[in-house]
Design a protein around this ligand. Structure first.
Ligand code: 4AD
Length: 453
């Protein structure tokens, strides 16, 4: 059966997002172009095709002769199509992704996707092994759940930028190829840089510190890399790091800033018409956290673990100086079940750049923000601003200060008390959406053993 295509001057090309109750329904013949998301054949003379165009889903109704065309008879999932038709609001109770239906008068395949054993239906199989789904990530991203999460991620990135803009931080884009470490040599990715050793950055912190004298409070949203040996549900090899650095602040100011960031972004998303809707669908039990967060010191944490019978892998109780591993930290956070600003860690378990607390020289002005369900989502601290103390920090960690001359110079040319933090975007999203695994919020996750697609 051959049917005529409506002429260009009698049709309006629209994006699906523009069809909604809040806007007037476009009149006359409209044209949509997109991918076949779902096909339901009701009878020989009636079929429903849900089309996706990257802005939404639209149910298209094909009936009578349209169902007998070659294109209709050979239609497969994920083919690209153009559909001409008239828009109708669907009666309450009838299913439609957006409350509307496009009654087709003409449709055509633009590019046919395979059918049979290579059909996309066989890829979107919920029972598939997670590794297979990761190999097929480029296709899986077309599914509703993953694409909602990616859209949500974009809104959250925007909300972080809004927070920083509203609070007068300047955004910078530091280099990701570096010759210094920030968070210990064991997680550095090393590569050959024109015959020299170089690394993929673990954190942009040191670079942010260098621009405080020129730009004031600064932030960046950049990729960080960690050669993590273990596969856990919160560790990635590449992640998006939201980092900020602030001059002339106190440790107390730093804790307040971390708290405000998390509250502002959560509230912004909660009140956002699109992001808020995704959030409520994916994680119905979410409510934005309220300040002030519980503040708990490392020493209090050790006491808590002892009081709650948490022992080290060798069966002995945790004592001052121990690095608290992920499992007991998560147990504590999940039991307390509210955000915890966990602070003042011993110098031995923290980085070379962290200054000591005045009241207790064994402790540092450091903080991790722990969230129920995920654990640590932020790591921050004040920074040593005294030159000699910094030199001792390098020495304690066995770091050669030579390649750090530019960082050290900040303590020579007008030093100041300052501090900052880094927030793992994927952990933040996993927490907000109440998901199990950080890799579900990545476009193309990178973790031990996976660097494709
Ligand atoms: O606690 P970290 O290692 O702190 C720093 O890198 C500081 N230099 C940041 C700063 O002060 N500017 O990492 C900060 C955060 C963690 O709390 C966590 O959310 C995230 O980065 N993160 C990871 N996320 C996913 N996979 C990994 N392997 C991560 N390592 C750290």
């Amino acid at each position: 059966v051959q049917i005529e295509r409506p002429s260009a001057d009698e049709t309006t090309y629209i994006k699906i997002r523009d069809v909604c109750e809040e806007k007037p329904v476009p009149e006359g013949i409209v044209l949509i172009k997109g991918w076949v998301h779902r096909i339901r054949i009701q009878s020989k003379k009636l079929m429903f095709v849900v089309v996706r165009d990257g802005t939404g889903l639209m149910q298209c109704v094909l009936n009578d002769q349209l169902c007998e065309t070659y294109d209709a008879l050979t239609l497969t999932r994920e083919s690209t199509v153009e559909v001409y038709g008239t828009l109708n609001q669907v009666p309450k109770g009838k299913t439609s992704p957006n409350g509307f239906e496009l009654k087709a008068v003409f449709f055509k395949i633009i590019s046919a996707a395979p059918g049979g054993k290579d059909s996309a239906d066989n890829i979107f199989n919920d029972d598939a092994n997670p590794e297979v789904l990761l190999d097929q990530r480029h296709m899986v991203l077309r599914d509703q759940g993953p694409s909602d999460i990616m859209r949500f991620r974009a809104f959250v990135l925007n909300a972080f930028r809004t927070h920083y803009n509203d609070n007068n931080y300047c955004e910078v884009t530091p280099p990701l190829m570096v010759q210094t470490q920030v968070e210990g040599g064991s997680t550095l990715f090393k590569f050959d840089y024109y015959g020299q050793d170089a690394y993929l950055t673990q954190s942009s912190q040191l670079y942010l510190e260098t621009v405080l004298p020129s730009l004031g409070d600064v932030y960046c949203i950049a990729q960080s890399f960690r050669a993590e040996k273990s596969r856990t549900r919160r560790h990635l090899s590449e992640y998006t790091h939201v980092e900020a650095e602030c001059s002339f602040i106190s440790f107390e100011d730093l804790l307040n800033r971390v708290e405000k960031l998390v509250c502002d972004v959560s509230n912004h998303i909660w009140n956002h018409p699109v992001a808020g809707k995704i959030l409520r669908e994916v994680n119905p039990s979410f409510t934005p956290p309220e300040a002030p967060f519980l503040r708990m010191s490392y020493i209090e944490g050790i006491e808590w673990l002892n009081e709650h019978g948490q022992l080290k892998p060798d069966g002995t109780p945790y004592v001052f100086g121990d690095d608290i591993p992920e499992a007991p930290e998560r147990y504590m956070t999940d039991s307390i079940n509210r955000p915890i600003l966990f602070h003042s860690f011993p110098a031995e378990v923290k980085s070379f750049y962290m200054p000591r607390r005045e009241e207790d020289n064994r402790l540092t002005e450091s903080v991790d923000l722990l969230m129920p369900g995920v654990g640590e989502i932020v790591g921050g601290s004040m920074r040593i601003w005294d030159l000699e103390e910094l030199m001792k920090g390098y020495e304690r960690e066995g770091i050669d200060p030579t390649p750090y001359y530019w960082f050290t110079d900040q303590r020579r040319y007008g030093s100041c008390p300052h501090g900052g933090y880094g927030l793992g975007l994927e952990r933040f999203l996993t927490w907000m959406l109440g998901l199990h695994h950080v890799r579900d919020v990545c476009l193309y996750p990178r973790f031990t053993g996976r660097c494709r697609p």
